[in-house]
Unconditional design. Structure first.
Length: 582
């Protein structure tokens, strides 16, 4: 039997060698075998990117991808789906051949495998239990989120060919409860206009775009040599998309022109899109989602300008005193969540990188009014308001069409300072908890509130005596309070609420593994906008999210302890710990 296995292995190696042709110091071709679903590509993350062109039987280019093919060892595999007609991989390597040796000896040639399956079973110590993650590969910004027929749709920036940023396409997951997510096939893949960057999706109930009533229309940035805006439509509820033949639909001579967020503005009976353009946002309007007219710009003199503005979102939040009344208005308006009566305020979410309060990426916001043409901010131009004061809250946008008039937001839970280096390999990055947004007035100033979405209540299980790797901790606060989570390794996170200063802080400098980035160990602080009576802490293997009970303070931080925190010490309050059922 041993001899037979050895013979089979040698035959497999010979077959691989016969299919691979070395054409130079950095150039090779691989003839693809037919009859299996995947070619498993071996990845070594420290290596330079190899450019792969996928050719068909007529030597026409079918696909381009960039993969860190293994040179001397394999970190993990990624699947290349072998579509009909694929015949040849034309591969160009980069990097210093003097250090890596001759091309013919690279590990990737020995380790490439054909298979009808790809193993996505979780092998990661730090994969969250109740936060959304991709099955494998890299994920960043949430995209195109909408709710329809009882299903939450989450698209996201996705690299199917490695666990670092590259090959941007739209991944897709669906959920019926905002907690448990089911992976779906890729939704929108790169084309010759470019990679598929961030964007949004709407349900076109009236069929204004000409794709039929109820069609889902996605608008996204095509990122090629220029950044332009394109649309695609779905007639099966968002599972598959057809790209519009007239793309791109908006162009501009600007290097950073991206991340369209679309919504229907009922008072003017038009679609509005807000786009990030360098260090401002621009508003465009349309009757049909295809032909767009520039309306106005906002932001050059407002807020934080420490980095590029990205992923904007303009949302209408009604006056809470009129919530019941306006919900009735909305329920009769199938096209929009924005009532004719303007009884509330508009909030412009604006993500920025770098420039966050503790370095790297973060989400700021502006409160004001929008008349369908122009946004007017009610705050001082010099004031910066942060949505979340943690280090790991970015690219936050909201779901289109959330039920009962709710404004439901979802962040990317990482920071561009170290997102590519966090200590996972099978996948990188998770989404933060879904949170419902509202408004609160403090000293005459309007504050955006964030509270864990009510679906989270379904996860709360029995009370337990000690913290676990997945739990919710509710702390009833009595004045100034200190909370310390720790484990037997001496790793700890210390959280402090200063009642006099009305400030909350989280210290993760000794939280566990911080070695992957000098920017990771830090202390983050947040104003609480009033006295805190209760804190809610959500622990999930590699993250701690802290909320004041009224939503005035939110703080999201990653942590990477070598073993779960199993001890809690509270001074100035009382903690109740609930297990998380998932």
């Amino acid at each position: 039997m041993k001899k037979l296995l050895t013979l089979i292995a040698m035959m497999a190696m010979c077959m691989g060698a016969a299919a691979q042709e070395i054409l130079g110091d950095n150039h090779s071709m691989l003839r693809l075998q037919q009859g299996q679903k995947y070619l498993l590509l071996p990845v070594q993350e420290k290596e330079e990117i190899a450019n792969i062109c996928v050719l068909d039987d007529s030597n026409e280019l079918m696909q381009r991808l960039n993969v860190r093919l293994a040179v001397d060892k394999v970190d993990y595999y990624v699947p290349l789906q072998l579509k009909k007609g694929m015949r040849l991989l034309d591969i160009t390597f980069h990097g210093d051949r003097r250090q890596t040796g001759p091309l013919k000896d690279f590990a990737c040639w020995r380790e490439m495998k054909y298979s009808d399956t790809f193993d996505t079973q979780n092998r990661e110590h730090f994969r969250p239990a109740y936060h959304h993650t991709p099955l494998y590969g890299w994920m960043n910004d949430p995209n195109g989120m909408f709710y329809k027929d009882g299903v939450w749709h989450l698209y996201y920036q996705f690299n199917p060919y490695g666990s670092q940023w590259e090959n941007m396409t739209w991944g897709h997951s669906t959920s019926r409860d905002l907690i448990h997510w089911e992976a779906q096939p890729l939704a929108i893949e790169a084309d010759w206009l470019g990679a598929i960057f961030s964007g949004s999706a709407v349900v076109d109930h009236r069929g204004t775009a000409g794709f039929g009533p109820g069609a889902v229309v996605a608008m996204y940035t095509s990122a090629g040599s220029a950044q332009t805006q394109s649309i695609a439509y779905s007639k099966d509820g968002g599972l598959t998309f057809t790209k519009y033949a007239g793309n791109p639909v908006i162009t501009k001579n600007a290097p950073d022109f991206r991340d369209p967020k679309v919504f229907w503005h009922e008072p003017t009976q038009r679609w509005i899109v807000v786009l990030a353009v360098g260090q401002e946002v621009q508003f465009y309007s349309s009757k049909n989602l295809k032909e767009w007219q520039y309306e106005s710009s906002f932001g050059r003199e407002y807020g934080n300008h420490g980095g590029v503005w990205e992923c904007p979102d303009l949302i209408y939040i009604e006056d809470s005193r009129l919530k019941i009344k306006d919900s009735a208005v909305r329920s009769n308006n199938s096209q929009s969540s924005i009532p004719n009566s303007q009884s509330g305020k508009w909030v412009l979410l604006l993500n920025i990188n770098p420039g966050g309060p503790f370095g790297g990426s973060a989400t700021q916001y502006f409160v004001g009014q929008f008349d369908g043409h122009r946004f007017t901010c009610e705050d001082s131009p010099s004031e910066t308001k942060w949505m979340d004061y943690g280090k790991d809250h970015y690219a936050t946008v909201t779901f289109h069409g959330a039920p009962e008039g709710r404004i439901v937001a979802l962040p990317w839970m990482s920071n561009w300072q170290y997102a590519n280096q966090v200590p996972t390999r099978q996948f990188r990055s998770a989404n933060g908890l879904p949170r419902d947004l509202g408004l609160k007035t403090v000293g005459g100033e309007t504050i955006l509130t964030s509270t864990p979405s009510p679906e989270m209540a379904a996860l709360r299980g029995a009370k337990v005596k000690k913290p676990t790797e997945t739990c919710e901790i509710v702390v009833d606060v009595k004045g100034t309070c200190t909370i310390e989570l720790s484990n037997m390794k001496g790793e700890r996170v210390v959280m402090t609420y200063d009642a006099q200063e009305q400030e909350f802080a989280m210290d993760r400098t000794k939280s566990g593994d911080t070695s992957f980035s000098e920017a990771f160990p830090c202390v983050t602080t947040a104003p609480t906008y009033g006295a805190v009576r209760q804190l809610r802490l959500f622990i999930d293997r590699c993250s701690i999210e802290a909320f004041s009970a009224d939503g005035s303070m939110a703080m999201t931080n990653l942590v990477f302890p070598s073993e779960p925190y199993n001890t809690i010490k509270v001074k100035g309050g009382k903690a109740t710990i609930y297990e998380i059922k998932n």
